[in-house]
Write a protein of this length. Structure first.
Length: 296
């Protein structure tokens, strides 16, 4: 990603209070490492201090680097925080070679919201932009996981870090018995026409179909079919995609009908729909083989 981000639609409520360490979401926070490549490891946050450090990294990337507009409380504390932080698991990338306390070694983060935690809180974060509730209702036997707020500090934006994050996510999904991954991914800017070919490619060739079909909320719906199918040059469209969206495409993800403009974050958002059973076999083998030993 331009920076490495899977940004969601965001409504912020200031720097929300952090949960007590004993109440960290997901009940996996105290467990073992979820992945490791060289000096980098990935695991879940284990303390309020580590969640605060992840929020600080998000602030640096989203607000200071990408130019999002922080709410007053977030700007004062220089943290990107909202009410969902208290119910999410926070996946952390840690560089064990750095000096200092463990929270000072955090170089990347990804926020994970399992379905049961979302239900207790009144819904998923992405429901503000997309009709995700209807999608979940059509699959009562499936366990959904919402991914979001992904960011990595500039020196660590490499293929290795992305692989480590996916290794951790795959181990997490195995532990939590996740069936479907979803979440918003973003194009920079608030003018969909600037990404006409890429958005049109997603609409014509990568749309979620059948029982996986989902739309942007009517009040926020913006069309993605900005070019006719025959005018799209696939190579050009893929080249224009943010790297995170390319990554989802490689895994076999599909996308909702319609995009949404997020003016606070200055992005154009699309919704990813990725049933685990549809992940390409070669990526299951690639990420799963190493992640399997961390999934127990």
């Amino acid at each position: 990603m331009q920076p490495v981000t899977l940004e969601e639609n965001a409504y912020h409520e200031g720097a929300a209070a952090l949960p007590p360490a004993s109440q960290l979401a997901g009940n996996l926070s105290g467990e073992a490492v979820l992945g490791r490549i060289g000096p980098l490891l990935v695991r879940l946050a284990r303390s309020k201090q580590e969640i605060a450090a992840a929020q600080s990294i998000r602030y640096k990337v989203f607000y200071q680097e990408m130019g999002a507009r922080p709410p007053a409380a977030g700007a004062l504390e220089e943290r990107d925080a909202d009410r969902f932080d208290a119910i999410c698991d926070h996946l952390l990338v840690i560089d064990s070679s750095l000096p200092g306390a463990e929270q000072d070694r955090i170089v990347g983060t990804y926020r994970l919201l399992p379905q049961e935690e979302a239900a207790a809180a009144g819904g998923f974060y992405s429901e503000d932009e997309f009709e995700l509730k209807a999608l979940v209702a059509r699959h009562p036997g499936r366990r959904f996981l919402e991914l979001g707020r992904s960011c990595v500090l500039p020196p660590y934006r490499s293929k290795r870090t992305i692989e480590l994050l996916w290794q951790g996510i795959w181990a997490y999904c195995r532990r939590k018995k996740i069936d479907v991954m979803t979440g918003c991914a973003s194009f920079p800017g608030t003018v969909p026409a600037m990404h006409a070919e890429a958005l049109s490619f997603l609409h014509h060739f990568c749309a979620a179909e059948g029982s996986w079909q989902v739309r942007a909320n009517p009040a926020r719906y913006m069309p993605m079919d900005l070019m006719p199918e025959e005018a799209i040059v696939a190579r050009q469209a893929l080249f224009a995609m943010p790297p995170l969206i390319k990554g989802y495409l490689r895994l076999g993800a599909k996308f909702a009908d319609g995009c949404v403009i997020d003016r606070e974050f200055g992005t154009t958002d699309v919704l990813v729909v990725l049933p685990v059973e549809q992940i390409s076999d070669r990526y299951i083998s690639y990420y799963g083989a190493e992640a399997e030993r961390f999934a127990g």
